[in-house]
Design a protein. Structure first.
Ligand code: ZN
Length: 294
């Protein structure tokens, strides 16, 4: 239970240290010195009689009773590292109240260290349920490695890479990972690196970000036009071989190869149809594309 008690006191004294520093100027310095000396002597005697716990009890009691003659001094007690006692000990002016040797302030605990201590206390002093909880906490804490700034992502660079004439972003991910995003003419590329090698890459096309207008993008799908519309299209644009050859001045004999360049043959109607025509509406182009697939 010892370490639990210590940490409770540390928290209390941290909050109340300020009180004494404001008290001192109002008091006779000699008197304060006497009180500190008295306090230290009381601690010494208590230690000899009842050990460390008797001293701690005394300090806690003095803190609890605001009107106790030792309260102002008790408020100035810090728990510090005593090498001689090999523990955190109550200390006044960096002097151990147990053994009289000099003490060192405790390092400021990081958040993770505090959690680790809490977990330790649960494991050491808890009931079976608390012990299990403490072990769980410890597993999690041990799995978390502190990272620079406690951030997973760290933006290393963003902007124009003049030597490569491109915009790029470099992001560190955790300890070993890195993401590069590079602008290309067609869009951008995301490269993910592990410690040594590229582990994944993805290209994103500008077209995906800026889809074409609806009209241009109409899918070639027979469900998008009725049979009647298809017939209308064929009537308007389809030509029999002799018609198209007459129009273009081709000899019908062996004309297929020539016609195939700009037309496709629609077998059911024996029609030649322009693959694409500047006169087509986007919708007509879509029908033409569909029929061309046969
Ligand atoms: Zn000591």
């Amino acid at each position: 239970m010892f370490s639990v008690t210590i940490h409770r006191i540390v928290r209390i004294t941290e909050c109340t240290v300020l009180l004494l520093t404001t008290l001192i100027p109002n008091r006779n310095m000699g008197k304060v010195k006497n009180e500190i000396q008295e306090f230290t002597e009381v601690c010494e005697r208590l230690y000899q009689k009842g050990g460390v716990s008797a001293v701690i009890e005394f300090i806690n009691e003095a803190l609890r009773q605001g009107d106790n003659v030792y309260s102002p001094v008790a408020q100035n007690v810090q728990y510090e590292r005593c090498e001689a006692c090999d523990n955190e000990m109550p200390s006044l002016n960096h002097t151990c109240l147990i053994c009289g040797q000099s003490t060192e302030p405790l390092p400021v605990l990081s958040f993770l260290d505090e959690l680790r201590e809490q977990a330790n206390e649960l494991i050491a002093f808890g009931d079976s349920h608390e012990k299990a909880k403490g072990r769980g906490m410890m597993d999690v804490i041990n799995a978390i490695r502190p990272l620079p700034n406690n951030l997973y992502f760290e933006l290393m660079a963003i902007g124009k890479n003049d030597s490569l004439q491109r915009e790029e972003i470099e992001i560190n991910c955790g300890e070993n990972g890195k993401i590069m995003i590079v602008k290309t003419d067609e869009g951008f590329v995301i490269d993910v690196y592990g410690q040594n090698d590229i582990v994944d890459t993805m290209a994103v096309w500008e077209d995906t970000l800026n889809p074409l207008e609806d009209d241009d993008d109409e899918p070639i799908d027979p469900n998008n036009f009725s049979l009647a519309e298809q017939e209308d299209f064929l009537d308007q644009w389809g030509q029999l071989t002799d018609e198209v050859c007459a129009e273009l001045g081709y000899d019908e004999e062996g004309s297929d190869d020539l016609l195939m360049v700009d037309y496709f043959y629609y077998e059911p109607k024996k029609y030649w149809i322009p693959k694409s025509a500047s006169m087509y509406t986007p919708r007509e182009q879509s029908i033409a594309d569909y029929l061309k697939l046969g």
